[in-house]
Design a protein around this ligand. Sequence first.
Ligand code: AMP
Length: 208
Amino acid sequence: MGLNLVLFGPPAAGKGTQAKRLVAERGLLQLSTGDMLRAACKSGTELGKKVAGIMDRGDLVSDEIVIALIEEQLDTHTDAAGFIFDGFPRTVAQAEALDAALAARDMRVNSVIRLKVDDEALVKRIIKRFEEEGRKDDNPDAFKVRLGNYNKQTAPLLPFYAKQGKLTEVDGMTDIESVALSIRHVLDRQSEIAATKKTGFFARLFGR
Ligand code: AMP
């Protein structure tokens, strides 16, 4: 069974950076709704025209749009070893839709890793990224909106996933290598637990 991981955290927490490492290390597929939407804006599609203004000011695009993007990817990559959801889900409605979309395809979210970074560090990172990449929504006004949306609409997902027993927190304030190592530990421990459960199941089944 594949590994489906939600990388969770505020904007600039390092989700994209860590997702890319996991792609290289574990052959998982990164599904970043932010990247998909930016690509649509860049190529000037109908979707891009519809969402550009919303994204530039730091607001969330509709649940319908991002859920459709994710479902399309799940159906395109049916042979993937697993998915890393990066920047999705961002609302409880999206999380419920993801659970349903995965269940309909005989999959589920296996793990949710929250990268914890305090607001002050996020602001520093955003200033740096704005200088380096020039992303419009990294300007101070849009970033304030994005952080506000995260606290209001996305943070309620923490109890949602904690209740499902899937949430682990990782310190996202350290350097990229250390964060990657912490994530690796979490995933290795979870696959050990899953393997033990499976062994226990067969042992009971065959009386060993
Ligand atoms: P990101 O690159 O994940 O920070 O996303 C950039 C922008 O894309 C966000 O500020 C939103 O405008 C939009 N976006 C990306 N993912 C989502 C999502 N799951 N739900 C709503 N809007 C999203």
